[in-house]
Design a protein around this ligand. Sequence first.
Ligand SMILES: CC(C)(COP(=O)(O)OP(=O)(O)OC[C@H]1O[C@@H](n2cnc3c(N)ncnc32)[C@H](O)[C@@H]1OP(=O)(O)O)[C@@H](O)C(=O)NCCC(=O)NCCS
Length: 206
Amino acid sequence: MSAYRSEHLSAHHELERFDSGNETLDVWLRRAARHAEAANTGRTFVWVEPGSPGVVGYFTLAAHLVRRDDVPKSVGHGSPDAIPAILLARLALHRSLQGRGLGSQLLLDALERAVDASARAAARLVVVDAIDDQAAAFYERYGFRARPGPRHLVRKASEVAAALRDDWPSLAPRRGLPCPADRRKGVSHSPIGLRASTGRGASSQP
Ligand SMILES: CC(C)(COP(=O)(O)OP(=O)(O)OC[C@H]1O[C@@H](n2cnc3c(N)ncnc32)[C@H](O)[C@@H]1OP(=O)(O)O)[C@@H](O)C(=O)NCCC(=O)NCCS
């Protein structure tokens, strides 16, 4: 049994066999993620098993601006016309791991990094870019709300941070995932080696 590690994308990671079932996301990882890194237009983090370069999940974050007129009043109130945000541009898990709660853990990893970035560079919102309507439904489960535009959903970074501190109430214990209280205690119940002490399905590298 081994936990997954969350790492910043680097040259040694093996991307060719990544298969989430969504070809657009798979091809982007293989062909464009490293270019986005080099151009500073997208920062990609990957999940790997320790000792293996093979990527089993990834997400990409970028700085973003949202027009105040494009978000609900409750979100835009008191903001400048252009609101700084962190964009979760892509997120995908290898299809062999889907349906066990790991997609939620990957999302939590992405949101923790987004909240950290928002604290360092003052972003008010977290925006998620859903690849299709099903993906939008996935994000809506975590409190993100649709805003005008092609499947963009938005939530205040402060709310995301608070939900993470509360261990995200909607992450009920199921399928062997550590329950919220146990995650706080750092106890893993997972038959697939989730490292609960990090609060994620993966231990994290900068
Ligand atoms: C979306 C994705 C990350 C979800 O991963 P996963 O491991 O299957 O998700 P989980 O097992 O953690 O599911 C968490 C919850 O979300 C629900 N869920 C999963 N995928 C969903 C979807 N596409 N739409 C709505 N709900 C979804 C699950 O039913 C589960 O709910 P439950 O707790 O009531 O059972 C994964 O299916 C994937 O990589 N898909 C291809 C790429 C993609 O669509 N990315 C989306 C962002 S662009």
